[in-house]
Design a protein around this ligand. Structure first.
Ligand SMILES: *[C@@H]1O[C@H](CO)[C@@H](O)[C@H](O)[C@H]1NC(C)=O
Ligand SMILES: *[C@@H]1O[C@H](CO)[C@@H](O)[C@H](O)[C@H]1NC(C)=O
Ligand SMILES: *[C@@H]1O[C@H](CO)[C@@H](O)[C@H](O)[C@H]1NC(C)=O
Ligand SMILES: *[C@@H]1O[C@H](CO)[C@@H](O)[C@H](O)[C@H]1NC(C)=O
Ligand SMILES: *[C@@H]1O[C@H](CO)[C@@H](O)[C@H](O)[C@H]1NC(C)=O
Length: 444
């Protein structure tokens, strides 16, 4: 481990020297500060490092540039100005009527499904599925060197740029680097309706590139300039991500007067998340499986600490949100996946109402079709038993030993969200006992 950090340190030192000469550093930071208009994607080929060894170099360059950007310049609002500026934020005057929704979740909370509620809105929605995947893939190892703070800032900046329809920062993290702003490698492009429709969907020229195809139609590799144009032509912008750890880190984004952001934090019972991850990411969760088998969990193990860390992050974000700080007033909503599973239409309506985006008939139709919701009783009645059943399957797949560990390390998180503890296996698997307390989270 030590050797690894030594190598990283040497690389950084070397790069500082290189940077001083090449001045790329300031170029990158200028870009970040200037907040160029969306169509301005990186102009010169030199903006891209070369394909092979470039990946890690570029990472460090970006990291370094971030470190050199002082917080002061970075956000247009200094601490002192903050209070006065707030009234301006409240007028939402600068977004030009555009509305931005960030669905903030963690893996296995049903965020892909809930993201669809927005993706399916219709032609005035531009939705992106997990763009930060590229950033994490490129920076995860480098970020170990600086405990995630810088990574969080980069996440925020990429989200900010994307909400402004500017793909240039994201481009720096796509690997291999896009050629002339065209890439066949955008993560989960097919999960974004607008990237699979005109104008972002271009005709396929070479038939060999199967992976360029969207689900419903075949498209050429993604031209990010066209993606940006498509984005600019739409009034509503949605992004779903599972990579933002702390709500607090998004503060400058929320305060950006060019954006009218609403954040929906999606949470789920941590026991269900663990159960679901053990299935979905089977090989990564071998340790947990071994523990389940042994009936013994060493509570000081890194895996357990990671679980605790995840739960704490989710809880702390929610605490910030629910405490309704001035900067976040009327911009935060907490939703439990379990409630959505039970009342999808009603919850979708609430979420749309919160965002100020009209709940379109397309979105409604999609939900009807995909949740077995029936339209009786004023359209908000769902076949509850059926969808709760889905949402509660985990109770039969997680061994009680593990459920107990989750309760121990995620206790405060579970309490905050109203997930009931169980004291024995019988209760865990007794379907007539609900593990969900009724909660109405405030968000106005
Ligand atoms: C970088 O890429 C350019 C164009 O792709 C090439 O001409 C140049 O030789 C490369 N430089 C290095 C150091 O690999
Ligand atoms: C690491 O985190 C600590 C607080 O947890 C902070 O004081 C420190 O500045 C961080 N270091 C870096 C390099 O971000
Ligand atoms: C991408 O789209 C833009 C805007 O229409 C166009 O000018 C550019 O030539 C396209 N790029 C490629 C490589 O086709
Ligand atoms: C949901 O309900 C339908 C029809 O009532 C049934 O066919 C299906 O198996 C149910 N799904 C689950 C997961 O219970
Ligand atoms: C499940 O819980 C209910 C309500 O507490 C109880 O009446 C029932 O006997 C329990 N079923 C089993 C199989 O333990």
């Amino acid at each position: 481990m030590k050797a690894k950090y030594a190598v990283i340190f040497i690389c950084i030192v070397a790069l500082v020297i290189i940077e001083k000469e090449s001045n790329i550093l300031s170029r990158v930071s200028d870009k970040l500060i200037q907040r160029q208009t969306p169509q301005q994607t990186p102009q010169t080929p030199q903006d891209y490092a070369n394909t092979t060894e470039s990946g890690s170099l570029m990472v460090l360059k970006v990291l370094l540039s971030k470190m050199s950007v002082s917080d002061g310049n970075y956000s247009n609002f200094s601490e002192e100005q903050e209070e006065e500026e707030l009234d301006d934020f409240d007028t939402y005057g600068y977004s030009g009527g555009r509305k931005h929704v960030l669905l903030m979740a963690t893996t296995r909370t049903g965020s892909s499904f809930v993201g669809e509620f927005f993706n399916q809105h219709g032609e005035s929605m531009f939705y992106l599925f997990e763009p930060l995947w590229h950033v994490e893939r490129m920076l995860a190892t480098a970020a170990e060197a600086n405990n995630g703070t810088v990574l969080a800032e980069i996440y925020r900046d990429v989200l900010q740029a994307l909400f402004l329809c500017d793909f240039s920062l994201l481009e720096k993290f796509i690997s291999p680097p896009p050629q002339d702003h065209v890439t066949p490698d955008l993560f989960r492009r097919e999960s974004s309706l607008s990237l699979c429709e005109e104008p972002a969907c271009t005709p396929v020229i070479k038939d060999v590139f199967e992976r360029y195809h969207c689900k419903t139609r075949r498209c050429g590799p993604l031209n990010l300039t066209l993606a940006s144009e498509s984005c600019l032509s739409k009034q509503y912008h949605g992004i779903k991500t599972v990579r933002v750890r702390q709500l607090e880190t998004l503060q400058p984004l929320v305060k950006d007067p060019r954006l009218d952001i609403k954040i929906i934090q999606l949470v789920r019972d941590p026991r269900a998340i663990l159960a679901s991850r053990m299935v979905a990411f089977s090989s990564k969760y071998q340790t947990w499986k071994a523990w389940a088998h042994d009936g013994q969990v060493p509570e000081d193990d890194e895996e357990v600490k990671r679980l605790k860390g995840n739960c704490d992050n989710i809880r702390m974000s929610a605490e910030v949100g629910l405490s309704q700080p001035h900067w976040l007033r009327s911009r935060y909503m907490l939703v439990r996946y379990e409630d959505i599973a039970q009342y999808p239409m009603q919850k979708a309506e609430e979420m749309y109402k919160f965002t100020g985006i009209p709940f379109s008939s397309q979105a409604r139709d999609w939900i009807l079709k995909n949740t077995q919701t029936t339209q009786e009783a004023s359209g908000i009645y769902s076949t509850q038993k059926n969808s709760s059943e889905q949402a509660e399957k985990w109770r039969f797949s997680i061994p009680f030993t593990l459920a107990r560990v989750v309760q121990k390390v995620c206790g405060p998180t579970m309490k905050l969200f109203g997930y009931k503890f169980v004291n024995d296996e019988k209760t865990l698997i007794n379907k007539s006992i609900s593990l969900l307390e009724h909660r109405q989270f405030q968000f106005h």
